[in-house]
Design a protein around this ligand. Structure first.
Ligand SMILES: N[C@@H](CCC(=O)N[C@@H](CS)C(=O)NCC(=O)O)C(=O)O
Length: 193
């Protein structure tokens, strides 16, 4: 019984790893050898047939069939938040969490990683996000949670993948990245291995 998270070195598995570390949720970490294409072969394809990480198995007799297999980092984060992180207690709270996780994984990620959007859409999003951010706190009020994990993990990609982007027009974005990097749980999640 318990959680097993599958991922690779420097992969999007760092997002659920960060969430699990922040919330002190126990889990087993299964590091795949992605250089050897372990993620594209059985037995991993039985967990994610698309052969991508992260993926999660939750084994619990209370679950239908005693087990849940899940892929897509956003779905994994939202499941962890509701089932293991004491978040999303109402439909409204769940909807707000979904809003921010989908914003991060779809809208923000596309503006960052799609070169055709980086010049125009990315600054537009930063201009709106900057005053909404609460550096070191939570964008949805209350305690740090799944919405902050998804958004701030993507913002923290900026100095890693795009160090040339000048973030000084958005001081709350800069402060959020700096405070994210200082969090022990984030450092633990980003550590290789
Ligand atoms: N939208 C997916 C993206 C998953 C994804 O593309 N993961 C990469 C690693 S960061 C991967 O597994 N790439 C290996 C491949 O596509 O063969 C998610 O957020 O989980």
């Amino acid at each position: 019984m318990g959680l097993t998270l599958f991922g690779g070195q420097r992969s999007r598995a760092s997002m659920p790893r960060w969430y699990l570390a922040e919330k002190a949720i126990a889990y087993d970490w299964h590091l795949l050898d992605m250089a050897a294409k372990e993620h594209q072969h059985d037995p991993f394809l039985a967990i994610n047939p698309f052969g991508k990480v992260p993926a999660l198995i939750d084994t619990d007799p209370a679950l239908p069939g005693g087990e849940l297999r899940l892929f897509e980092s956003g779905a994994i984060l939202l499941y962890l938040a509701e089932r293991h992180g004491q978040e999303c207690a109402s439909a409204a709270e769940r909807a707000v969490a979904q809003q921010w996780v989908l914003f991060a994984n779809a809208t923000l990620a596309t503006a960052l990683f799609n070169p055709s959007q980086r010049e125009t859409e990315f600054p537009r999003l930063m201009g709106v996000l900057n005053p909404l951010l609460v550096p070191g706190g939570s964008i949805s009020g209350g305690e740090w949670g799944v919405a902050d994990c998804a958004i701030n993990a993507h913002l923290a990609y900026l100095p890693i993948f795009f160090p040339q982007i000048d973030l000084s027009p958005w001081p709350a974005v800069e402060a959020t990245i700096r405070l994210t990097q200082e969090r022990p749980a984030y450092q633990q999640a980003m550590a290789v291995g």
